[in-house]
Design a protein around this ligand. Structure first.
Ligand SMILES: [Zn+2]
Length: 234
């Protein structure tokens, strides 16, 4: 069963998000100068395949960008790949990195609990672990929404959330001894890729919506300047 669903756009209330003022994630540590420094660099990445092993290989060829350096992962090859992003999503770095942690955590849960026998006295503890992962996914969704000061289409976030919740549900059913979560060879890689692609759509959508908002603002400003000019000269 494909875990995606195409749900309707949800309101902030649906996610039970705190008001924007509570979200203290607006600080931007990156200077405009450093940002400008990297803009003219032509992308060296030609393949949209950016699995982590591939990513590290490409990182060797692409000069590392200081704005792409996370605490654990570097994202220069990924963020500066213009086949994926029209401009590097530097401000999303901490969220992208969080999604990588969550992907690795999911991998660990899947390997530990679907490829090995489950000790029956640990079922409740395992369920807690799965719920904690699901909660962290929800937090990431919430953080991304809070970080947007423009109208953000929730479609991709909704899908990423639905995918994770479905995965957690299947994993819990497996743990309880219900429907087995089969893991034939290659399935783990497919799931990891699905998780990553869900979030990549979120990052891409975020950048597009942000650009649209910026363009609309610029258009309003120039109209206002033109009209003001007409008043004074006319
Ligand atoms: Zn960068």
């Amino acid at each position: 069963m494909h875990p995606f669903h195409n749900g309707p756009l949800r309101s902030l209330e649906y996610f039970n998000f705190p008001p924007q003022a509570d979200c203290n994630i607006r600080d931007d540590p990156y200077s405009a100068a450093a940002h400008a420094y990297y803009q003219p660099t032509p992308p060296k990445v030609s393949s949209p395949d950016h699995s982590s092993s591939h990513l590290s290989t490409l990182s060797l060829k692409t000069p590392p960008c200081p704005l792409c350096k996370g605490q654990k992962f570097g994202f220069t090859a990924y963020f500066h790949n213009t086949k994926i992003f029209f401009e590097p999503p530097h401000e999303l770095l901490r969220f992208v990195e969080k999604s990588y942690y969550l992907r690795d955590r999911l991998t660990s849960l899947l390997v530990t609990y679907t490829m090995h026998d489950i000790e029956q006295n640990r079922v409740q503890a395992i369920e807690k672990e799965i719920n904690a992962w699901q909660q962290e996914v929800l937090s990431l969704v919430q953080d991304v929404v809070c970080s947007s000061d423009f109208e953000l289409d929730f479609t991709h976030l909704d899908r990423a959330k639905a995918w994770a919740f479905e995965m957690a549900k299947q994993l819990k059913e497996h743990t309880w001894g219900g429907m087995r979560l089969e893991m034939p060879k290659g399935r783990l890689l497919v799931l990891k890729k699905e998780f990553r692609m869900c979030w990549e759509e979120v990052w891409k959508g975020f950048m597009v919506d942000q650009r649209s908002a910026r363009d609309a603002m610029n258009a309003r400003t120039s109209t206002w300047v033109e009209n003001s000019g007409a008043e004074f000269t006319g």
